[in-house]
Design a protein around this ligand. Structure first.
Ligand code: 4NP
Length: 153
């Protein structure tokens, strides 16, 4: 399984989702590939925001070596599932989709809710970490409860 986490800047939320999912996948003994990207290009080549690095470190996860990149239409070919943080990310990614196959790969990470953008609010980084962690655990639990996954480790 190849999973891509997407937000606007690829420096706050999706790097957290990338690091948390990698951490949970490892704990679950799965060999999924996880990456992240942004729909905007302002921070390409940069590491995650220092506040995301700090909150992840607080929870024992090192995301400092990640590098910001832009979401590309080829990501639809590369990844099985593309998780976006909010409805604006959803619209931006769906705008690039070429067909129903591409569209079906894209969903909100929180199913029916959004992960708020913490860029202008320091107090949001901790709750954002917690909500992303919960979503990643739910995705793995859903997958692990799916009998069709047998043999796909
Ligand atoms: P992110 O947060 O989408 O969670 O990475 C943002 C980071 C940077 C900007 C906006 C949102 N920006 O405008 O530079």
């Amino acid at each position: 399984m190849k999973i891509l986490m997407v937000c606007l800047g690829n420096i706050c939320r999706s790097p957290l989702a990338h690091g948390i999912m990698e951490h949970e996948v490892k704990k679950a003994g799965l060999d999924w590939d996880v990456d992240s990207a942004g729909t905007g290009n302002w921070h390409v080549g940069e590491p995650p925001d220092r506040r995301s690095i700090a909150v992840a470190k607080n929870y024992g996860i090192d995301i400092s070596s990640q590098c910001c990149r832009v979401f590309n239409v080829k990501d639809f070919d590369e990844y099985d599932r593309i998780y976006v943080m909010d409805r604006s990310n959803l619209a931006d990614v769906l705008r690039l989709a070429r067909n129903d196959g591409d569209r079906q790969k894209v969903q909100l990470l929180l199913k029916n809710d959004i992960v708020p953008d913490p860029y202008y609010d320091n107090a949001l980084f901790d709750p954002v970490f917690v909500m992303i962690e919960k979503a990643c655990k739910r995705i793995i639990a859903d997958f692990s409860g799916d009998p069709s996954r047998s043999g796909t480790r």
